[in-house]
Design a protein around this ligand. Sequence first.
Ligand SMILES: C[S@@+](CC[C@H](N)C(=O)[O-])C[C@H]1O[C@@H](n2cnc3c(N)ncnc32)[C@H](O)[C@@H]1O
Length: 484
Amino acid sequence: METLRALSNIIAAEVSTLEERYCAASLSPPCLESATFEPQLPAEVLRLSDPAVARAIHLIVAATGQLAAAVRDPVVTLLNAAHAFEISSSMRVAGELNVVEILRDAGEQGLHVNDIAQFSGSDPKVLARVLRLLASHHIFREVSLDVFANNRVSAALDKGKSVQDLFGKPKERWNDCPGLPALVEFLADDCFKTSAYLADTIHDPHAAPGPIPHMRAFNTPLNMFQWFEAPEQEQRLRRFGVAMRGTGEEEPVDTILKGFDWGALPSGSTVVDVGGGIGTFGIRIAKAHPQLKIVTQDRASVIEHATANWKTFLPSAVKSGSALFQAHSFLEPQPAENDGAVSVFMMRQIVHDWPDDVIVTMLTHLRAVAAPTTKLLIVDAIVEPACAVSSSIVSNNFNYTKVPELKDLPIKGHAELPPYPLLANAGVAGAPLHYYDMTVNNLLGGGERTLDGFHEVCAKSGWKITSATHVEQTVRAFIVAEPI
Ligand SMILES: C[S@@+](CC[C@H](N)C(=O)[O-])C[C@H]1O[C@@H](n2cnc3c(N)ncnc32)[C@H](O)[C@@H]1O
């Protein structure tokens, strides 16, 4: 009983924290039943801007998840976990049938499923069951039998376009679209199909067409990015670019500015955003630090979209020449113009995509053109263990390492450990990182790394880690390395 009581005490204490913080700000917490999600509302902003609110939410999610696992019949817990793929399938249906946008127009009172299904000509009976499964997980709301409305969660998936445009111009679906709907559809489509082959590749890594689950799922010997190049995957390529914007939507928008001191770079310094995608994060840096030159480097097909994206969101930088573009594969030696000319090579969500041997190749190419003062900035997460919080974890400063050189590494801004009896990684509250870990494994053979894992690939390619900074309220770590 002691553990159950401790978990329920965490929940009670953290609900009180929320009450106090919202009262102090003269706000009410956001309402789950609301038919809209407006991230700019002060009540939503507080969730990201007040560390006490963010931590309370994190601990409530961790403790309720652990409490449910502790009290529930293990049979039900197992069956629900094994059935979770039905949620992914249903999310894809809702996304592709534009249900969120149809319900946006219906407002609080919602719409009968027959009317929702009419837009796509789909079977209303199946659609009702899809939406009921999602509503049971607090995504959509069943207002009355077979009548559904958006709630604060489903509304966050709004693509921001009219229903008429979404159905009438499907090829323009991802133009100027927020990142989250694209990320959710990518996860519920490609990543879900790919994940189904994980066990098969573990059992038989040598079978055709290759060892990566994505290769098996789509019957291709190409890696995912090469496969995106085929003309018939054009929509997937577009969706992926926009989806990467979605990877930053659960964190404060200025996260990329907080983990590294961009202001300390001399004016005119060149930052190469290696595998920079459509430039989402380079644009954020450039807006805050217009004195820097930002080079977005990616595959030619992506650079085309990156250039268009910069022209839309920061045309002045393109015009002035402070935004530059390099169509280049990071698997090849770096372009000669980067030789000795780069202050920072930034790699955001690149290192986690690939297995060690590929990363060592990439980092070796960067090292070959690095000046003595060049910095390598890896923006990824540092994996924490899922063991229970214990005195040995605390004494090892949480980021335990077996590498002597890392023992004295300055690690800034690390989140506080969750209290007993929660897991060190906060259990289900920390699960997003472990989902991404499996997703990159299944798509490309990559994986999230511990600090020692980052050290290993850096040391093999001539780089030495000199600092790591965790940005509060995010899983994001900024790891800085310098040439050895
Ligand atoms: C996970 S995304 C990250 C994008 C961006 N850094 C961000 O954080 O939004 C990986 C990026 O690597 C790029 N990429 C994949 N293979 C590449 C290659 N061989 N050379 C250069 N870029 C590549 C992809 O096009 C994609 O933009």
